[in-house]
Design a protein around this ligand. Structure first.
Ligand code: HEC
Length: 163
């Protein structure tokens, strides 16, 4: 398993070096097939209606691996090239009040959606992260966020098990 992971990583790094993807941030966004999920519609909804939805999480995993893993790391484990997405709402989990926790998750969803749709340009106007607004439906954005949230919970469970 570890070996396979390392091979995958090496392949990804090699692929991105040869295409210059990491250096230029011009990774082509791929649409995500969300036909197996209940449609949400075109009107944007926050918070993520797919949170905790197993089918959405597996569609999100696929969308993540094809679009985001090259920079943000396989299984959302950051290699340091791009920010650690598992940190996005990790601190929400430590909030005791259920209402405050929900508000925190809501903010994290909103931030995630804006970042993913708009990408990010550096001070020279070059994209350091591609914008996905031309290819992602709302369903695609929320499926990927549902995947990242499920990974965040997995990692949190691991660290409590260790203590
Ligand atoms: C070409 C590399 C690249 C790809 C591909 C990429 N990102 Fe990023 N992403 C970055 C970089 C670099 C940043 C930091 C940008 C900055 O703040 O200057 C970032 C930032 C983010 C942030 C904000 C994180 C924070 O802590 O503030 C989110 C959310 C995010 N990306 C989500 C995604 C998602 C979801 C995908 C796939 C659909 C994706 N990214 C694909 C490079 C990438």
């Amino acid at each position: 398993m570890q070996k396979k992971f390392q091979l995958l990583m090496a392949g990804l790094i090699l692929a991105s070096m040869t295409s210059g993807a990491l250096a230029h941030g011009d990774v082509t966004p791929h649409p995500v097939d969300t036909s197996s999920l209940t449609p949400i519609g075109t009107e944007w909804v926050v918070p993520n209606p797919y949170r905790g939805n197993e089918k959405a999480i597996s569609v999100g995993l696929d969308g993540y691996e094809h679009n985001c893993a090259g920079c943000h790391g396989l299984y959302a484990v950051s290699g340091g090239v791009a920010p650690d997405l598992l940190k996005l709402n990790a601190e929400c989990l430590s909030i005791a009040s259920k209402n405050a926790q929900a508000a925190c998750m809501n903010d994290s969803d909103d931030y995630f959606k804006t970042r993913t749709l708009n990408g990010k340009k550096n001070s020279e106007g070059r994209y350091t992260m591609p914008a996905y607004d031309a290819v992602f439906t709302q369903e695609a954005v929320w499926a990927i966020k549902a995947y990242i949230d499920s990974r965040t919970l997995e990692e949190a469970a691991k660290s409590t098990a260790k203590h």
